[in-house]
Write a protein that binds this ligand. Structure first.
Ligand code: ZN
Length: 244
């Protein structure tokens, strides 16, 4: 039984206000994910600092009894104001939920933090935030060890599948498929995005009409492998043309 104070720096990926006016935040930090409570925080100066997507430095106190660390102080170290724009906010929100679902508390991952921070900056500043979010979602998944199988049909294991797998978000062969094959650029993306550099993927964006099918594949893959991510509903293109 011991208590301690620690300084941690990270990005707010989840924020919830309780009826008592406490702010419960989850940060992604280079030392892993951290959850903490700012007691009564909603009525004080911490309220505006502990906002979603803010990079904050916090002094947290871990008491001997309570398992949730409490925020003693917080300073704003960086913010990306353009993330408030509706067309960027939804993608940033999705990436934050992704990071929350993929990485566990106490799991040390400086690489995950850097990748996530880069993804948020890209969504904040790039002219095509949807493309950034799609590429970085697959990269975050790959870093956490989730890579869609693209070399074999997800149902019968035949080589070189080229069709969507509407249940698992992987790939099916022609014999197992009910949907038309992916266009070549989409196939190239699915087969290579996990190992290709972010820059190379950024330099070769897919046309908008090929993206809804990739979002759907990603949603299915994540739902099957990890569990549902709440932001899908507000974000993923709802066009049904390709799934009909
Ligand atoms: Zn098959």
């Amino acid at each position: 039984m011991r208590s301690r104070t620690a300084n941690r720096s990270g990005i707010v990926i989840r924020r919830r206000v309780t009826p008592a006016g406490d702010i419960i935040v989850t940060l992604l930090t280079p030392q892993g994910k951290l959850k903490a409570v700012a007691r009564g925080g909603v009525r004080g100066p911490l309220s505006s600092r502990l906002n979603l997507f803010h990079h904050v430095g916090m002094q947290v106190y871990q008491g001997p009894q309570n398992d949730l660390a409490s925020v003693q102080q917080a300073v704003l170290e960086g913010a990306l104001p353009t993330l408030a724009q509706p067309e960027r906010y939804a993608f940033a929100h999705l990436l934050a939920e992704f990071a929350d679902a993929l990485y566990q508390e106490g799991e040390f991952s400086e690489q995950a933090f850097e990748l996530f921070a880069g993804a948020l900056r890209g969504v904040a500043h790039q002219p095509d935030p949807e493309w950034v979010a799609l590429v970085m979602s697959y990269k975050l998944l790959a870093l956490a060890g989730f890579i869609p199988q693209t070399a074999r049909c997800a149902r019968c294991a035949q080589d070189h599948p080229t069709h969507p797998d509407p249940l698992g978000g992987q790939l099916l062969c022609r014999g197992c498929a009910a949907l038309p094959a992916y266009p070549d650029p989409s196939l190239d993306f699915l087969r290579n995005v996990a190992r290709r550099t972010v820059r190379a993927s950024m330099d070769a964006p897919l046309p908008a009409e090929q993206r809804p099918a990739l979002w759907r594949a990603l949603e299915r893959f994540v739902t099957v492998q990890i569990g549902s991510v709440h932001s899908w509903r507000q974000l993923v293109p709802t066009s049904t043309a390709l799934s009909a």
